[in-house]
Design a protein around this ligand. Structure first.
Ligand SMILES: Cc1ncc(COP(=O)(O)O)c(C=O)c1O
Length: 354
């Protein structure tokens, strides 16, 4: 029997694969999610959803209005997506055509590349600068002179934590009006660097946010795109009318009503980072930690073996095997102080045994 083939682009595609199964009950330091859960107000709001709402298609306007207030824009400048990933996919579907170019710095978040390939786009990947993984500003500016379709900037970058100056991003977008400049601000809460709200004046600048990393809603899926009403409308053309479920909408509204919880979590992560970094330095371990709720660590042991040993102790971390510039490292998310103290105890036990 002949196997039915997908489109040629999809047959050639290497999808984004993430080891997401079997993680319950572990200390999850492998996907940069919030590690302690959402505000109790989110849990209460979900429990209070009347069964009638289960049966209805969701409504989005209230949430869009609310998020527009948070970022200082108008409701038409906000799109609601099934996680930031939903927004990323829509960006490529709406703006990327076969033969167009995506410019990005590498290594970066792994979902941009498959979305570009799915559209038949060409990727110009410019390496971060060593030894400190700085953003390759000059090379990016040069690449923009050829008027690529898309520039993706992950700020701060996952996994290197590299920050990019919001002023530079806005000036760069202004100088490249034929390029859609997308700023993935998923970890912005940990650095405070954002192009919003000033960037809303720039019609080719789009910002992505989500409630996965700070608000503890990764499992419910809620992402936002913020930009010019025209761009948002194009993204909505390629998004299903009820792609984001009603539970996520209710949870998002409750989470945005309790920004104190979110801010307290960010502070907890920063305190944990403040405690952990001197431990790594004192142990003489090569590491790199900048923005974001994560850091890179180059263990003395084989990273895959270390990851397995940590897993046996209940801790999940992510090997960066095969990522450009990062071979031999593991990425570790930063959770609460108690969680990082547990991680460090387990790491030392593993290092002593392996
Ligand atoms: C930079 C970046 N963008 C987007 C995402 C996807 O986030 P979401 O859970 O909102 O889809 C992630 C998740 O790891 C990420 O690191």
């Amino acid at each position: 029997m002949t196997r039915l083939k997908a489109s040629p682009l999809v047959e050639a595609l290497q999808g984004y694969s993430a080891p997401l199964e079997g993680r319950r009950g572990f200390l999850r330091l492998d996907f940069n999610e919030n590690t302690i859960g959402p505000s109790p107000k989110v849990v209460a709001a979900i429990r209070a959803i009347p069964p009638e709402h289960y049966a209805m298609y969701p409504e989005y306007d209230h949430l869009k209005r609310h998020y527009a207030q948070v970022v200082g824009g108008a409701m038409e400048q906000v799109g609601v997506f099934n996680g930031a990933d939903g927004a990323i996919h829509a960006v490529f579907q709406a703006f990327g055509a076969a033969g167009d170019t995506l410019v990005m710095a590498t290594p970066t978040f792994g979902y941009y590349a498959p979305c570009a390939h799915e559209q038949g786009m060409t990727i110009q990947a410019i390496p971060y600068g060593l030894p400190d993984f700085h953003y390759p500003q000059q090379a990016i500016a040069q690449a923009l002179q050829r008027q690529p379709r898309l520039l993706m900037i992950c700020n701060p970058n996952n996994p290197t934590g590299t920050p990019v100056d919001p002023g530079w991003i806005q000036a760069t977008a202004a100088a490249a009006p034929n390029t859609l400049v997308v700023v993935d601000e998923l970890y912005e809460a940990f650095t405070g660097d954002t192009v919003l709200p000033a960037g809303l004046q720039q019609p080719n600048l789009l910002v992505l946010r989500s409630l996965s990393k700070t608000a503890g809603l990764a499992g419910l899926r809620m992402g936002f795109a913020v930009g010019s009403a025209d761009v948002i409308e194009r993204l909505e053309r390629v998004t299903g009318p009820y792609d984001v479920n009603g539970f996520a909408v209710t949870a998002a509204l409750a989470a945005l009503d309790d920004l104190d919880h979110l801010r307290a979590y960010v502070e907890e992560v920063k305190a944990a980072r403040h405690w952990l970094l001197p431990q790594l330095a004192a142990a003489g371990l090569r590491h790199h930690c900048h923005g974001g709720n994560y850091f890179l660590l180059w263990p003395e042991q084989d990273p895959e073996v270390l990851v397995g040993a940590l897993r046996q102790r209940g801790v999940l971390v992510r090997p960066m095997t095969g990522k450009p510039l990062l071979n031999g490292s593991v990425r570790v998310s930063i959770g609460s102080l108690a969680q990082m103290q547990f991680f460090w105890k387990c790491y030392q036990e593993c290092a002593a045994q392996l």
